[in-house]
Design a protein. Structure first.
Length: 613
């Protein structure tokens, strides 16, 4: 072989090695989503009374929030079919599908201009917050009308083309729900000119008003309203019996609200129809679906958004379903260097990556069980199930032969999240205990006892100790247990939660509640070198170490609400997945949508090239 040939081969080999070194495989993170999971939303078209119902599209893919064009010939909707939420257009007969937006940001809740040439919609482009944008359909040119935190939702263009109405939580710090850790949603109705000028607040209820729809005279708006506390029921898929919201007509000049007489229950998505009728959606287990103020019924079932054709004779809507999902479902990531998968709650992977723990309810049981999932085979088996107590995932031992977790009533775990409302002595709720079991399901034993609320255990890398959180009459904070002697020492005495020992052994990460919100901290196992990693608006919690100890995945509410909660069916529809370095630098958002996402867990990869800190 000639010298030149040898050099060419060497050059190719070096180039290939350099490419492999420069482009490692994506790092994998699994997480849980509350309320809505992939494959559950499909668009349908029917007559207004529900007859002649049929799918809008031959090949549906999580399509939702549809709206008719003013000429009734086409429909615009949101779809996750290509990853993030984008806007699409289709003919009313389901043909001619066209994508209108292709940004990695969340884009949804579109409405047409009166001439049908523009759309107004919600987008997180640029700021990451839910802002109002317009889109020229022909040129695809987009323009922001609003900006800033607070969230703007459900825009509607006036028939005379002069104003855009929307609901907004701008300028408001969302309060905690009474006695809970979730945030209420507060929103008022606003107006803005299509060029972005003249913004003004129309209502001042101090509660919630949303989904404005214009009457034909452009002088009145229909909306649905409730107290801020009632938004806790509005966001449930099946609100408790007796829960209410009201439909109102709002005078654009005076801001006066006049109630529209309709049936009972949680009512949303009001729309004015010919003949002075009003169509709306009612949520609930029984008799859910589309109703009319005139007393008639429309399509039935768990419908979340509906829009009527200009003549009121047809309605397009999306309905929820409950499919059975495999253990891991690949999801969209804003950064292709991170592969995201949907899993059960609190996923904890074994060091081999072949199995992961999660918690899930077992059919016929009222408590959550500890499950072992094997993605390669699709199997999901119960490792431990208690008759009266929930099993909350902790993690695997370093050798993978044992699993540590917590047992307790649901309230016992979550009372630890809202100190603003409960005194230390009130948080016990019967207590919660740390337990351990062999990976084959044998050898169950409880490691703690008594009335204290002990939860969220995590192994040290050598397998000799556990760190866990504890609340009780004798104090609160993080504790470290020596597994040989069962001796327990105090690590912290503040309102701390979710402790996790770094795979490198040098740090323990946890969430601390300060001024009503959680931020992420690290501390050395000897109690020194306390460091605050996050200081953002909202909660930063539900953390997870990468297997090399270099990175942290966490859930954050810092981007706020992106839709009215009644459409989300999630307790906290503001959770997004973020990653950062172990020292709190290089923070990056990976998910961007209106759903609730949290409890991320890393899947193991090959050992890191980073030798140390």
């Amino acid at each position: 072989m000639s010298y030149n040939s040898q050099m060419r081969i060497l050059t190719v080999a070096v180039t290939a090695l350099a490419f492999l070194w420069a482009a490692p495989p994506p790092r994998k993170i699994s997480f849980a989503r509350a309320g809505v999971v992939p494959g559950t939303m499909q668009l349908f078209v029917s007559a207004s009374d529900g007859s002649d119902e049929h799918p809008l599209l031959a090949a549906p893919h999580d399509d939702y929030d549809a709206v008719w064009a003013p000429d009734g010939q086409s429909i615009v909707f949101t779809s996750d079919r290509n990853g993030s939420g984008d806007l699409f257009r289709v003919n009313a007969d389901g043909s001619g599908l066209t994508q209108l937006t292709s940004d990695t940001a969340y884009e949804d809740q579109a409405a047409f201009s009166p001439d049908g040439e523009q759309l107004v919609f919600v987008s997180t482009r640029g700021s990451g917050y839910a802002d109002i944008w317009t889109l020229d359909i022909a040129s695809r040119r987009a323009k922001a009308l609003t900006s800033g935190p607070g969230g703007d939702y459900r825009p509607a263009w006036s028939p005379d083309g002069k104003w855009i109405a929307f609901s907004s939580g701008r300028g408001i710090t969302a309060p905690f729900a009474e006695g809970r850790w979730e945030r209420q949603q507060v929103a008022e109705i606003y107006l803005i000119r299509p060029d972005g000028s003249g913004m003004k607040k129309v209502t001042n209820t101090g509660g919630f008003c949303g989904s404005p729809k214009w009457m034909n005279d452009s002088r009145q708006i229909l909306a649905y309203c409730s107290t801020a506390q009632q938004t806790m029921e509005l966001r449930r898929s099946a609100p408790d019996p007796g829960s209410e919201s009201r439909l109102v007509s709002i005078d654009m000049t005076t801001g006066a609200l006049t109630e529209v007489h309709a049936g009972p229950g949680v009512k949303m998505n009001p729309s004015p129809l010919p003949g002075n009728d009003v169509g709306y959606i009612r949520k609930g287990f029984a008799d859910a679906g589309i109703y009319y103020a005139s007393g008639s019924r429309g399509p039935r079932g768990p419908i979340r958004a509906a829009a009527w054709s200009p003549d009121g004779k047809r309605v397009v809507f999306h309905r929820r379903s409950t499919p059975t999902l495999p253990p891991l479902v690949k999801m969209f990531s804003r950064n292709p260097n991170y592969e995201l998968n949907l899993s059960g709650a609190l996923p904890a992977f074994s060091s081999s990556g072949k199995q992961y723990l999660s918690m899930a309810r077992v059919p016929g049981a009222n408590v959550a069980a500890l499950k072992v999932n094997t993605p390669e085979t699709g199997r999901s088996e119960v490792l431990y199930q208690d008759k009266t107590r929930n099993a909350f995932v902790g993690g695997w031992s370093p050798r993978g032969d044992k699993v540590v977790f917590a047992l307790g009533g649901f309230a016992a775990f979550f009372d630890g999240f809202h100190s603003e409302f409960l005194k230390p002595g009130d948080r016990v709720e019967g207590g919660a205990q740390i337990a351990i079991i062999n990976a084959d399901g044998s050898g169950f034993q409880e490691l703690t006892s008594g009335a204290d609320n002990n939860a969220f255990p995590s192994y040290s890398p050598d397998g000799d100790r556990l760190v866990f959180r504890s609340f009780g009459k004798n104090g609160q904070g993080l504790r470290i247990m020596n597994l040989e002697t069962r001796a327990v020492t105090t690590l912290t005495s503040d309102y701390d939660n979710f402790p996790l020992w770094s795979p490198r052994g040098d740090l323990i990460m946890f969430a601390r509640q300060i001024d009503g919100a959680y931020d992420i901290f690290t501390i050395k196992p000897d109690g020194t070198s306390l460091k605050r990693l996050t200081n953002g608006k909202g909660n930063d919690a539900h953390m997870s170490w990468s297997f090399d100890g270099e990175s942290i995945a966490f859930a954050s509410s810092r981007m706020g609400f992106k839709d009215e909660v009644a459409y989300t069916d999630a307790p906290q529809p503001y959770g997004e997945i973020f990653v950062m370095r172990y020292d709190g630098t290089h923070v990056e958002q990976l998910t961007d949508n209106q759903w609730e996402e949290g409890t991320p867990g890393w899947e193991p990869l090959a050992p890191s090239r980073v030798a140390g800190r």
